[in-house]
Design a protein around this ligand. Structure first.
Ligand SMILES: Nc1ncnc2c1ncn2[C@@H]1O[C@H](COP(=O)(O)OP(=O)(O)OP(=O)(O)O)[C@@H](O)[C@H]1O
Ligand SMILES: [Mg+2]
Length: 292
């Protein structure tokens, strides 16, 4: 078994506090008409081979700006989680490109990609992935100590502030086995947001929560976008969240619903997709906040 300290070191590899880090953090807050923080172009992804092959993404293109809360909605099996994974650097597409913070995600080497994710991306999934031996407060503190080199004092202050925002101040001393599912979900969300990421990816973050706790989570995600300038992309089935969103993307059968006419031909598509009836590109996006 590798020692815990080495394991954590690998997970939250310390990065030097260079000026480029500060510039990347500060940039979204001061730009008036921001460039996309994240851009997917003609993304295709399938699973399986031969007769069992299924097509989860069939040419998805979309831009996501910093400072905005984006929802990705659509029926079960429409490809939402697959798109989130491809956009967030976790799942390589069959074809297409992803640009994030001016970098071409799928052209990075493995180490570079790992550093990029640790530094700029946060993930909120349903599996929680909390460390069994650590308290709620420690789950957040290690991200700051190991990932950012924060002092113990600063890590504790920042961890406590986020736990407070999530209504977890009185649970800070509990370990995962002593928490409810909803509490674990909120700790996982706190851990994702405490490091001030530029890109936040969340897959159904409120599905395990009652309305009041879900509200706290969505408030925190909204604040992360609007006040800290992060690009936040949330997969959800929950229609109540739409009133908080800047933009809502609707995915159906591996494609973003589009007002554009169907593409005239399959030219330029990967060969294995040519037989599929693919719609034109240009997502239908509902805008909820015209100021953004
Ligand atoms: N690892 C995998 N192996 C095989 N097929 C997969 C895999 N992951 C996803 N799929 C298939 O890809 C399609 C899209 O799945 P995905 O999980 O992206 O849907 P979703 O929109 O997130 O659905 P849900 O709302 O139920 O979570 C589905 O048909 C699914 O069966
Ligand atoms: Mg899913």
């Amino acid at each position: 078994m590798i020692p815990l300290s080495r394991y954590l070191g690998r997970l939250f590899r310390a990065e030097p506090h260079g000026s480029d880090r500060l510039a990347l953090r500060a940039a979204p807050a001061v730009v008036c008409k921001p460039e996309p923080a994240l851009k997917g172009e003609e993304l295709f992804r399938s699973f399986g081979t031969g007769d069992t092959r299924s097509y989860a993404l069939k040419g998805v293109s979309a831009d996501f700006r910093p400072g905005e809360l984006n929802l990705l909605m659509g029926p079960s099996g429409s490809g939402k989680s697959t798109l989130l994974a491809v956009l967030s650097g976790l799942l390589r597409p069959d074809a297409g490109a992803v640009g994030a913070l001016g970098r071409s995600v799928w052209q990075m080497g493995e180490d570079e990609m790992e550093r990029f994710r640790l530094r700029h991306c946060s993930y909120i999934f349903q599996g929680y992935n909390l460390f069994p031996a650590l308290t709620a407060r420690e789950q957040l503190e290690i991200v700051l100590k190991w990932g950012e080199g924060c002092s113990a004092r600063e890590a504790r202050d920042r961890a406590d502030r986020v736990l407070g925002q999530l209504g977890l101040s009185r649970k800070a001393h509990l370990r995962p086995a002593e928490m409810s599912g909803g509490e674990k979900q909120r700790v996982a969300i706190g851990r994702a947001l405490v490091k001030n990421p530029a890109l936040v990816f969340a897959d159904e973050p409120t599905s395990a929560l009652d309305w009041e706790n879900g509200q706290q989570v969505i408030n925190l995600l909204t604040e992360t976008a609007r006040e800290r300038g992060a690009m936040v992309l949330v997969v959800t089935h929950d229609p109540r969240l739409t009133s908080y969103a800047d933009r809502v993307f609707e995915l159906a059968d591996g494609q973003l619903e589009s007002e554009a006419a169907p593409a005239a031909s399959g030219s330029g598509l990967p060969r294995e997709y040519e037989h599929l009836p693919l719609a034109g590109h240009g997502p239908r996006v509902r805008l909820y906040n015209p100021d953004h």
